[in-house]
Design a protein around this ligand. Structure first.
Ligand code: ASP
Ligand code: MG
Length: 403
């Protein structure tokens, strides 16, 4: 028994039937003796539809007005859920982000939460109500309505859980938890009973689509346990917590994949100090996030530098590198969209040597060429051709016996 924050959004509340099922589940949770706070986001594809509508209406879309528009989606769902709860005899009250005291900075469309005051939420709880809070929104220090960026309701839920000292933040979704690999690629993939914050952060950074990475970071920083679970089957899902030092960590917990990055190669650059600094400063100044980097051994004092960037930033990255080419003495700058990143994640890697070797051997045995590599203490990522991505994921899942 204790306070539980439950997050619902998108497909979980896509229509009236789903809304009623969610209300039933909240009522059930209350009957088990828990206090419940809900963070809800827009129904189905509402947010996408609103964005499309704005694009149809105008080429000029000030952030302040986009935020006013997009927060309408959450307003609809929170009011409807409260009605469904009332019909079930569960007293409930909806609150906008502003009413809930979610204070953000002034950056429209990707605001950061500065503080969760939550007075009205505490009052509602004390009055025996279920507070239903609109996700993904807040109010800025200058009293404008802001949004936290796409998928921001996960962050709202975790921030509420942290501020209210909840025992757990349950994130309901259309899958039954976090898997050892994407089940669409590996049908024998297994649901993980438990994963550490660090592992899930590495997974979301390398292609695991849910939950939102920012929410996981927030949960880790504030020590909020997460439970990722299904709003369709309601079965227990995956717990996300600190590593348990008394337990042996799995060497490899999951294989992820991500085809959202592109590769840039700068050829024939002189191998001398300052060249890489100049190139990557240029990219950093345009806020381009570079992930993997490879520099070849130099031949006759010339070398090639390759790096990966988000596909959406490829055009800009090529522009930056080509503009710098004369200054750094590069011969050519090439872009490549046909690449994908396959990663192994596992907390036990820290203490078990040999994972990298097995990964490379597995790829080699399947005749898959590795074009770039990057690692952290609990992750190894390899860049391969897009066409080899699925095979690589399947082979690695097999090799590390994750089924
Ligand atoms: N409705 C918002 C979106 O679609 C927020 C969320 O889903 O978390 O991005
Ligand atoms: Mg959504």
């Amino acid at each position: 028994m204790g306070l539980v924050v439950q997050k619902f959004g998108g497909t979980s509340v896509a229509d009236a039937d789903r809304m009623r099922e969610v209300a039933d589940h909240i009522a059930r949770t209350r009957r088990q003796g828990h206090q419940v706070v809900v963070a809800i986001s827009a129904m189905g594809k509402t947010t996408d539809d609103l964005i499309r509508l704005a694009q149809d209406v105008s080429r000029v879309r000030p952030g302040r007005e986009m935020d006013m528009l997009l927060t309408a989606g959450e307003r609809v769902s929170m009011a409807l859920l409260c009605m469904a709860l009332s019909e079930r005899g569960v007293p409930a009250a909806s609150f906008t982000g502003s009413q809930a005291g979610i204070i953000t900075d002034t950056t429209h469309m990707k605001a950061k939460i500065l503080e969760v005051r939550g007075d009205r939420i505490r009052q509602a709880l004390a009055a025996g109500q279920v507070p239903v809070v609109a996700g993904f929104q807040g109010v800025s220090q200058t009293r404008d309505i802001t949004t936290l960026g796409r998928g921001g309701t996960d962050t709202t839920a975790v921030a509420l859980a942290a501020a209210l000292g909840a025992a757990v933040c349950e994130i309901y979704t259309d899958v039954t938890g976090i898997f050892t690999a994407d089940p669409r690629i590996v049908p024998s993939a297994r649901r993980l009973g438990r994963v550490s914050f660090e592992e899930l952060l590495e997974m979301t950074a390398t292609g695991c689509p849910k939950p939102a990475m920012r929410a996981v970071e927030f949960a880790r920083n504030h020590g909020v346990p997460l439970h990722i679970r299904s709003s369709f089957t309601w079965e227990p899902g995956t717990w996300v917590k600190e590593e348990d030092p008394s337990m042996e960590q799995a060497i490899v917990s999951a294989v992820t994949h991500d085809a959202s990055e592109a590769k840039v190669t700068v050829t024939g650059v002189p191998d001398r100090p300052g060249v890489a600094a100049r190139l990557f400063r240029g990219l950093a100044d345009r806020a381009i996030n570079v992930d993997m980097i490879v520099q070849n051994a130099s031949i006759h004092g010339l070398t090639d530098i390759s790096f990966s960037v988000p596909k959406d930033d490829l055009a800009q990255s090529l522009e930056v590198a080509r503009a710098l080419a004369p200054e750094i003495g590069a011969t050519d700058v090439l872009g490549d969209l046909d690449v994908a990143r396959v990663s192994l994640i596992g907390a036990g890697m820290r203490t078990h040597p040999g994972v990298t070797a097995t990964m490379f051997e597995t790829l080699a045995a399947n005749d898959i060429n590795i074009e770039m590599i990057s690692t952290s203490s609990i992750r190894i990522s390899c860049m391969v051709r897009t066409g080899a991505m699925e095979e690589a994921v399947q082979a690695l899942h097999d090799a590390f016996k994750l089924s």
